[in-house]
Design a protein around this ligand. Structure first.
Ligand SMILES: [Zn+2]
Length: 278
């Protein structure tokens, strides 16, 4: 495990124009200002396929990226495009505004750090993971304080309301007690909601908690309580699209060219691009 948790995270959570542009494309100098190596760790950059051209650092601990629209061949209309590259922002683990996707990526590599994230940031992450793994789901964030024992309410697509309780325990090697499950079940029965989920960073639930999650009383026969612990969150993170999506996703606008002839020419240029630095 990670014995030392960093005080702050350096994440590529933003981008800036990096000043490059093409005007009336001239392929002879197109590579002039484009780095062949990562500006942070100096690893040789890889290129993502056309039509969106992204140079990215293949170093998994780095992942810096740079995006630029494909230059057009000579003879086509003048273009002026700024390239963008990722910039690092510093976040404290206590920052409630930790960007969810980047946090997910970090925690995928450092799952034990989840106990140190700000509660709101963690809750947002759980919300996002649940949306991914519970299908078309709308989670309404309730948050605290005075939440009456529920932190999120999940409204599933088939209109089944689910109460979700999120517990961020400081100690992963702890045991989530029956009290948490009892509280949620209490709110559920009070409000007539039959589905509930407890999500905790503790690595297990007590035997009593498990036992209570399968209510024996006939009047509670329809109640369904799911218990999600640290290892479940960890496996969500491992297979989550959120934690594996590239940092540039959602930031750059995909290149689209209607003209087939022009597009073909751009693809020819893309082929040339792949040879950069080889
Ligand atoms: Zn790098």
């Amino acid at each position: 495990m990670n014995s030392k948790t960093p005080e702050e995270l350096h994440l590529y959570s933003d981008f800036q124009n990096c000043g490059m542009y093409w005007k009336s494309y001239d392929h002879t100098d197109v590579t002039a200002d484009i780095p062949s190596h990562c500006i942070y760790c100096e690893a040789k950059l890889a290129i993502k396929d056309e039509p969106d051209w992204v140079l990215f650092c293949p170093n998994s601990g780095c992942g810096w990226w740079m995006h630029f629209p494909p230059p057009k061949p000579a003879g086509f209309r003048t273009i002026e495009h700024h390239a963008k590259w990722a910039i690092i922002k510093k976040f404290s683990f206590n920052d409630k505004d930790l960007p969810t996707a980047e946090l997910a990526k970090y925690l995928k590599q450092n799952p034990h750090s989840m106990v140190n994230t700000h509660f709101s940031a963690f809750e947002k992450l759980v919300c996002s993971l649940m949306k991914e793994f519970y299908g078309p789901t709308e989670f309404i964030h309730v948050g605290r304080p005075k939440d009456g024992g529920k932190d999120l309410i999940g409204v599933f697509n088939d209109k089944i309301t689910t109460f979700v309780e999120v517990k961020k325990r400081e100690n992963i090697f702890s045991c989530e007690s029956v009290r948490t499950v009892r509280n949620l079940l209490g709110v559920m029965t009070h409000e007539g909601v039959e589905k509930g989920i407890v999500v905790t960073t503790a690595d297990r639930f007590s035997k009593e908690a498990h036992s209570l999650s399968v209510p024996k009383e006939e009047s509670l026969a329809n109640y369904n309580l799911e218990l999600i612990s640290f290892k479940d969150i960890k496996s969500w993170l491992n297979i989550s699209r959120v934690s594996s999506s590239p940092s540039w996703e959602g930031v750059i606008e995909p290149y689209y060219c209607e003209d087939e002839y022009e597009r073909d020419h751009v693809f020819v240029r893309a082929e040339r691009w792949k040879q950069i630095g080889t």
